[in-house]
Design a protein around this ligand. Structure first.
Ligand code: MN
Length: 285
């Protein structure tokens, strides 16, 4: 086995999103425009309501999947497919925007800690204009595997004989929330073909002699495994991997397609109120 080393560190940038929500962005910044198949990683973490209270009112997406993991707090999701989702601490949401979705993500608390991640996962060209989809997973739906100073919450992929509930057939995404007690080591195999990264958000960890502090994303280099050791205060991090799509990526804000023409089409469709092609089916009176 060849343990992966850190190929690149990406320092998080504070970005104002939505109606004025402060997020810490790593993938999707000038330091790293994308990390195929990942397009963006935002970490939100604040106990100051001014940082999150404005939320994310109605906005569009086309061409990819958003994967949201709530660590703390309470968010209400509503979208043009007719879904209404209650995102609570420990739960996750998988939204395939594909041909087009307009949605809102609004905090349901006026104080306290709001913390989590939003990851954008690209779709292959053949799926970009397919029908959108939505899945929500309660905290109880996410397997937790604990022992020997290691606790893993498994959002996607396999670990300890269990499977995470989120499945992406195109990129085979693996998404683990790993907590380690002080000085505890953690290792696992990784598909050598997969892009992989680690983002520490509590404590600190080291990987092949490199310190992994908080708010810094470590892109992993070549190899078929990853080995980390927690620092003195323990560590909590997400470990994410996925197969690259190796297709052209053209992004304009919330639209991610394969060509400039397709981006212009998305903008035109949005202006003409035709972005959402698969609307909610209204039933009853
Ligand atoms: Mn959104």
């Amino acid at each position: 086995m060849t343990a992966r080393k850190v190929a690149q560190f990406i320092q998080a940038q504070a970005v104002s999103e939505g109606a004025g929500v402060t997020v810490h962005r790593t993938i999707g910044t000038p330091a790293r425009r994308n990390l195929d198949p990942f397009l963006m990683l935002d970490h939100f973490s604040s106990d100051d309501p001014d940082d999150y209270i404005a939320g994310f009112p109605d906005h569009p997406h086309r061409g990819f999947v958003t994967l949201t993991y709530m660590l703390d707090g309470h968010m209400l999701h509503q979208d043009s497919m007719g879904n209404r989702g209650d995102l609570r601490a420990g739960g996750a949401q998988w939204m395939k925007a594909a041909s087009g979705v307009i949605h809102s993500e609004m905090p349901q608390q006026s104080n306290g800690l709001m913390r989590g991640f939003q990851l954008w996962v690209n779709l292959p060209a053949s799926e970009k204009m397919s029908d959108p989809g939505y899945q929500e997973f309660s905290p109880e739906a996410i397997p937790e595997i604990a022992g020997n100073g290691v606790r893993v919450r498994l959002l996607a992929g396999e670990y300890g004989g269990k499977s995470g509930p989120i499945a992406d057939p195109n990129t085979k995404v693996q998404y683990l929330d790993v907590s380690l007690e002080a000085g505890v080591a953690f290792s696992r195999e990784l598909d050598p073909a997969a892009t992989a990264f680690v983002y520490v958000f509590e404590g600190s960890a080291s990987l092949d002699g490199s310190e992994l502090p908080q708010h810094r994303l470590a892109v992993l280099g070549a190899g078929d495994s990853v080995e980390l050791t927690a620092g003195e205060a323990g560590a909590r991090f997400i470990l994410v991997a996925g197969l690259p799509l190796n297709e052209p990526i053209v992004q304009y804000g919330p639209f991610v397609m394969n060509s400039r023409e397709e981006i212009e089409q998305a903008m035109q469709d949005y202006r003409d109120d035709r972005l959402v092609q698969k609307k909610a089916t209204m039933t009853g009176n």
